[in-house]
Design a protein around this ligand. Structure first.
Ligand code: HEM
Length: 188
């Protein structure tokens, strides 16, 4: 039984009549979730900042902390942008589902991650300054939390089907075709 078609949650009967929820992302560009497109930026940039902090410990030299400083700035800005689209997708997850709870933990956790990097950035005081120990600690703690929130994001998509097209299958037509993905799986 389809409760609502297109870009909305719908119930799909399972073999044992178990209810299954399939939910496409709300905010899409060229057929794909904008949140899923954007999150590579904060994850890559903020992890890069941690890597260059470690390089600066090992190799010394002002240039590495300058790299970290600007990576954090870009990581925070792209993280805030990604969070807007993640929030838009989260608002449409039906209340009372595990996906809603996991999405809440994922979203709040990521807001904390971005907040920790923002504080770390301000504590650094400038691109050439020697960061305080607290500035380093906040970045590393943020990176540690991001491991958990990133896993929760994967759980949302791979396990709970949030942001996955209705009826996604190996022979689904192109996202740009204007045809629903479910046609190939359901023969219509
Ligand atoms: C810096 C901030 C954020 C990062 C780095 C991030 C990261 C991720 C990752 C890695 C995934 C899994 C993507 C995949 O496996 O393809 C994901 C999915 C998701 N995230 Fe976030 N996230 C952030 C903020 C948020 C916020 C604030 C919310 C709102 C509560 C949110 C809601 C979601 C939802 C609903 C999904 C499921 C997929 C989709 O909607 O397209 N995220 N996120």
């Amino acid at each position: 039984m389809i409760l609502s078609a297109g870009n909305h949650p719908r119930w799909v009967p399972g073999s044992n009549l178990e209810r299954k929820l399939i939910m496409e992302a709300r905010a899409k560009l060229f057929g794909y979730s904008i949140h899923q497109m954007l999150i590579v930026l904060p994850l890559g940039l903020l992890v890069g900042a941690i890597i260059f902090d470690i390089v600066s410990f090992i190799a010394g030299g002002m240039q590495w902390r300058t790299v970290s400083y600007w990576l954090i700035a870009l990581g925070v800005l792209s993280g805030l942008l990604a969070a807007v689209f993640g929030f838009a997708d989260w608002t449409k997850i039906p209340a009372g589902t595990r996906a809603k709870r996991v999405g809440s933990a994922h979203g709040l956790g990521n807001v904390v991650v971005v907040g920790l990097f923002i504080i770390s950035w301000f504590l650094r005081g400038g691109p050439t300054h020697q960061p305080t120990a607290l500035a380093y600690i906040l970045s590393f703690v943020g990176g540690g939390i991001a491991l958990v929130t990133g896993w929760l994001g994967g759980e949302l998509v791979d396990r709970l089907g949030v942001g996955v097209d209705d009826g996604a299958s190996l022979d689904a037509p192109s996202s740009l075709s204007g045809r629903p993905a479910r046609g190939a799986a359901y023969g219509d």
